[in-house]
Write a protein that binds this ligand. Structure first.
Ligand code: P6P
Length: 329
């Protein structure tokens, strides 16, 4: 039986725009190259940090910059893009004049969870695709579109297996990179998130900074099956959003990186445009839900490229429960 791979899966989508198909294959190829670099680790001399910091004020890992450069190189000449934007770059990357431009904008976190690189824990690449509004050359305001405008979103997770998980707005599909053939083989044709869960993911060390509704919810979870929620909860925290969200897509759960009560953390840690929005599209397309505590993340109207947002996403009924805690406040 001919196994389905990314190429023939995309070719089977009759109404998929040819340029978008080319772009998706180009992004997937970038992830194949990043996967190889990640897998070499110390053997490739790519572990450790650089002296530099990114626009977020975070110390850059060698692999952060390498992954960013691989995505730029692999996509600037595919004729699909007006511009790119990255967590690792202060402002947008306009397609050079000597390259053919296209109708899409590509945003990415080239290597999410990079604090895990040096300790060999799963990390990933997150990407989001928007339509360019048409102004040539592209400008930063072209990127400031709500998450509902995404035409595609996905991630690659570099773990025990390298997987690519993708949505085009008609469900969520997963592919596993065959290390021998370097082919993305469809292994998860229809990913859905169970509506209920008893597993939450949050960095508990931040508890003193949480707003009251989050603290009340977690405290109720910790009371177990004799408490108000009537069940014993488990906890996971990998500190790599791609890995935590992948687990939730595979077996359900709740991921929380809430904004905190301090003015400095009021907007949260995670970035709206290239972390929260793509992950929220994937989670919703898999039957889950994604809010910032109050509003649907995909409806947040961005006013700057690197803005942050609180993130509560995963199993729909558990997200609705947390939303009720916020409404009680
Ligand atoms: P903390 C990684 O740096 C990241 O952006 C997400 O991938 C992850 O969920 C979060 O930050 C981890 O943050 O504060 O627990 O290290």
């Amino acid at each position: 039986m001919n196994r389905l791979n990314l190429e023939n899966h995309l070719a089977s989508l009759a109404d998929l725009d040819g340029t978008l198909r080319t772009l998706l294959l180009s992004v997937a190829q970038s992830c194949t190259r990043i996967s190889a670099a990640v897998a070499r680790g110390a053997l490739g001399g790519v572990l450790g940090s650089l002296e530099s910091e990114n626009v977020q004020g975070e110390v850059q890992k060698k692999l952060d910059v390498l992954s960013n450069n691989l995505l730029i190189e692999s996509n600037e000449r595919n004729g699909c893009l007006a511009a790119m934007a990255s967590e690792e770059m202060d402002t947008l990357y306009p397609i050079p004049d000597d390259c053919e431009r296209g109708p899409y904008l590509l945003l990415f976190d080239p290597l999410d969870g990079s604090s895990n690189i040096d300790v060999n824990v799963s990390i990933g690449t997150i990407f989001s695709i928007l339509r360019a509004p048409g102004s040539q050359p592209a400008q930063e305001s072209d990127f400031l579109q709500a998450g509902t405008q995404q035409v595609a979103a996905g991630y690659a997770v570099y773990g025990p297996q390298t997987m690519l998980v993708l949505t085009l707005g008609q469900g969520v599909v997963g592919f596993t990179l065959d290390p021998d053939s370097q082919e993305w083989v469809m292994t998860h044709p229809h990913i859905t998130i169970p509506a209920d869960t008893a597993e939450f993911a949050i960095n508990m060390s931040n508890m003193r900074h949480w707003e009251a509704p989050v603290r009340r919810y977690i405290e109720d979870c910790l009371t177990g099956d004799t408490g108000p929620l009537g069940k014993n909860y488990n906890m996971r925290w990998i500190a790599s959003m791609v890995a935590d969200v992948h687990r939730i897509l595979m077996r359900g759960g709740l991921f929380m990186y809430p904004r905190d009560a301090r003015a400095s953390g009021k907007k949260g840690k995670l970035r709206l445009m290239y972390e929260a929005n793509p992950m929220s599209m994937l989670v919703e397309q898999a039957g889950g839900a994604a809010i910032d505590g109050h509003i649907r993340i995909l409806e947040a109207q961005p006013d700057e490229l690197h803005q942050r947002i609180g993130v509560i996403l995963g199993s729909r009924n558990e997200v609705e429960r947390v939303k009720r805690y916020h409404q009680e406040d």
